[in-house]
Design a binder for this molecule. Structure first.
Ligand SMILES: *Cc1c(COP(=O)(O)O)cnc(C)c1O
Length: 365
């Protein structure tokens, strides 16, 4: 049996190791000049120079962003249910109520009509997820937000460099969060980047990140320790110089899969969307779990199911949504399979993935 092609593969090179070593030798490893430099470089690269605040995880970024936006007990924030639990968790952690809306079948992102139907007098904001690296329907959601007087936030954890009609994700919402977890499109080990609509908003996130202090021991608000270390920032700065080439590799791998796969539903791309393929997600309408098993056991092709249980069905979050029915979310949770699309795939790997999918799809048909 040939080696397993993994579903994801973080790339850490000699430059990242050298950068960490440089910071270690400096003797100053906590949040300092590397973090400040990383924030500036990330801002220029991904969010058109908006202020960016680095934190210790994407989840912290969402949590602090929501707190800085004034979200708290009594408020509702509309989120997708078809996402990683951190989206709804971050709302719940503020004391507000996550309200789950359905997705569109094509892009797997929030369906504006489902969002509109979920708005109440308690709605404070809407937080779409640019799931798998495909931008959510920001124009329609912005329209709804403006009309109904609510805010727009962005979970861009999986979407570094994604864009809609030439405008980068992370520049639409009052704030946006990018995750730097190892399997995301770039990493710092762990980490999150919060882009803010203005300097005042960014300052609130900075205060929350560091015990509410701007000046030492003059604590202005009750805050966390959610700081990024200079070690992590040093890794992130190196990755920032490589991420565009990785994204191009993801996009070209996806184009190859699009052109060659048969018997499964390949991921559609909405008009005007620049997809960065954090995941390449197909639909398998019959026996998805058997399909995943056969890919791995018979062909050595790893894959992932993101996500098998919708957030509104999770033990942790279900009490927010008793009796809620989200048909497209349920169907996606039953049908999705993410194939390897990461930049380390060789041409041989891509051919193996295609023949594996064709063989398994044919056997199942
Ligand atoms: C990864 C992820 C998060 C959380 O980011 P962490 O850095 O792992 O805390 C939030 N939302 C989505 C959609 C994610 O994929």
């Amino acid at each position: 049996m040939t080696d397993l092609i993994p579903a994801a593969k973080p790339i850490i090179g000699d430059e990242e190791r050298a950068a960490v070593d440089r910071v270690l030798r400096s003797g100053m490893v906590a949040q300092g000049p590397e973090v400040a430099a990383f924030e500036g470089e990330f801002a220029e690269h991904f969010v058109a120079g908006r202020p960016v605040v680095a934190v210790n995880s994407g989840t912290s970024g969402l949590h602090l962003g929501l707190l800085a936006a004034g979200v708290g007990p009594g408020d509702e924030v509309i989120v997708p249910s078809f996402t990683f639990a951190a989206t709804g968790n971050s709302v719940a952690l503020t004391g507000a109520t996550p309200v789950f809306a359905d997705i569109e079948p094509g892009s797997f992102t929030l369906d504006p009509s489902s969002v509109e139907a979920a708005i109440t007098e308690r709605t404070k904001g809407i937080m779409p997820v640019h799931l798998y690296g495909h931008p959510a329907r920001m124009r329609e959601l912005q329209d709804i937000a403006d009309r109904r007087g609510v805010a727009l936030y962005e979970d861009a954890a999986q979407a570094h460099g994604a864009a809609l009609d030439g405008r980068q994700v992370g520049t639409f919402g009052e704030f946006a969060m990018f995750s730097l977890y190892p399997t995301k499109n770039m990493t710092s080990g762990e980490g999150g980047m919060v882009s803010a609509v203005d300097e005042q908003f960014a300052r609130r996130v900075r205060l929350l990140r560091n015990q509410g202090m701007e000046r030492q021991y003059e604590n202005e608000v009750v805050g966390f320790n959610a700081r990024m270390t200079d070690l992590h920032a040093a890794i992130g700065r190196v990755q920032l110089t490589k991420v565009d080439a990785w994204t191009e590799a993801r996009r070209s791998n996806a184009a190859f899969l699009d052109a060659n796969l048969r018997g499964v539903v390949v991921p559609p791309v909405s008009e005007g969307a620049h997809h960065v393929y954090h995941q390449y997600t197909i639909r398998v309408t019959e026996d998805r779990d058997g399909f995943v098993r056969a890919l791995k056991d018979e062909h050595g092709v790893g894959s992932g199911v993101y996500y098998p249980i919708p957030n509104h069905r999770l033990t942790s979050l279900a009490h927010y949504a008793p009796g809620l029915d989200l048909p497209e979310t349920e169907r996606a949770a039953r049908e999705v399979v993410s194939l390897p699309v990461h930049p380390s795939l060789s041409s041989d790997d891509l051919h193996r993935i295609v023949s594996a999918v064709l063989a398994v799809a044919e056997a199942g048909a």
